[in-house]
Design a protein around this ligand. Structure first.
Ligand code: ZN
Ligand code: ZN
Length: 338
């Protein structure tokens, strides 16, 4: 499935085109992967609609890829033919700059995103540098493993950046693929953290309660008490303003979104310094993921037996999966089977 140009998903319900392209062949340090599953992420909508535009067209999107090594370049030795591997959002980084050297390759100026700056996994085959794919723990099926690579890894990073400690209270605003994995992670890692979920749809709120949330309400509902940290995974601004209001003094809002949509940006004008920012409230965004995030999260997910709830689609139905994601008809994570 390829994207030919930036367009609005509201005007064009078929943004991706099902097409036949040449099989890629691996460079010297690359592996060729025969893709079996690829997760569908909100970032694909940001790419299609131009909020984080692809660096070339036509491009194959997709950055939560599970497959098997089908060929190796002549200098590639980390993976063997037939090995099951995954590819995440980080396609490459320079490896030399101060950010890369300090373990912050997610902040590298030459960061390349899979499916945005290189062809991704909405396809039968892809190639990637051998250092940027990961063995997948055998606990997971292909479809279960796919959403761990973005929704899970970035959820792991956002939970780490929230600085939450056991016994504290954590809010999640938005309850899609990443947030539901964060809730599962919290239930296992911090059994005394109470989780408060803010979601627009009744179905998402019910799902959150089933997974062990202490409370679930609409985006503008007031929780029973203020919260130590809140992770926002929505594409909008209103949840940001609401979340700041619900933070304890010294609390931190972590925004886990690559881009925000413009639609309700004027909501920011309702920010009141005393209600939303005073008393040392903090806002921190989460940018990309590092290979360490991905590897650590995969191991953790295997130990904790985290099983993402997945909904499967055929590759040719990728447009339908994206439209449903745009409409926030979310129940767990959407995965393409290839
Ligand atoms: Zn993603
Ligand atoms: Zn770098």
């Amino acid at each position: 499935m390829v994207l030919d140009e930036i367009c609005s998903v509201e005007d064009n319900s078929q943004p991706l085109r099902f097409s036949e392209i040449e099989d890629p062949s691996p460079g010297e340090n690359e592996v060729l992967i025969r893709v079996s599953a690829c997760g569908v992420c909100h970032t694909e909508l940001d790419e299609i609609e131009g909020r984080t535009p692809p660096s070339f067209f036509p491009i194959v999107p997709g950055h939560q890829i599970i497959g098997r090594v089908a060929a190796v370049g002549k200098n590639a030795s980390r993976h063997r033919l037939g090995d099951r591997v995954g590819v995440a959002w980080i396609f490459s980084a320079c490896g030399k700059c101060k950010f890369c050297r300090a373990g912050n390759e997610n902040l590298c100026a030459d960061f390349r995103g899979t499916g945005r700056d290189a062809n991704g996994g909405y396809a039968e085959f892809m190639t990637v540098h051998e250092d940027f794919c990961y063995p997948i723990p055998e606990e997971f099926s292909d479809a279960e493993a796919a959403p761990l690579l973005c929704a899970g890894a970035i959820g792991y990073r956002s939970l780490r950046l929230s600085n939450i400690g056991d016994g504290q209270s954590l809010g999640l605003t938005g309850f899609g693929a990443s947030a539901h994995l964060v809730l599962k992670m919290v239930r296992h890692r911090y059994p005394c953290v109470a989780v408060f979920v803010f979601a627009r749809s009744e179905r998402e709120r019910k799902f959150a309660m089933e997974l062990g949330a202490a409370w679930a309400g609409d985006t503008t509902d007031t929780p029973p008490h203020q919260l130590d940290a809140i992770i926002d995974t929505t594409p909008a601004w209103k949840p940001v303003v609401e979340a700041l209001k619900n933070l304890e003094p010294g609390g931190r809002l972590v925004i886990n979104a690559i881009r925000k949509e413009e639609r309700d940006k004027d909501t920011l004008l309702s920010l009141s310094y005393p209600a939303h920012l005073w008393l040392e409230k903090e806002i921190k965004s989460v940018a990309n993921v590092t290979r360490q995030d991905v590897n650590e999260f995969l191991q953790l997910a295997a130990r904790m037996k985290i099983r993402p709830e997945v909904e499967e689609f055929a590759l040719k139905d990728a447009n339908q999966a994206l439209i449903e994601l745009k409409a926030a008809r979310i129940h767990g994570a959407k995965v393409l089977r290839i």
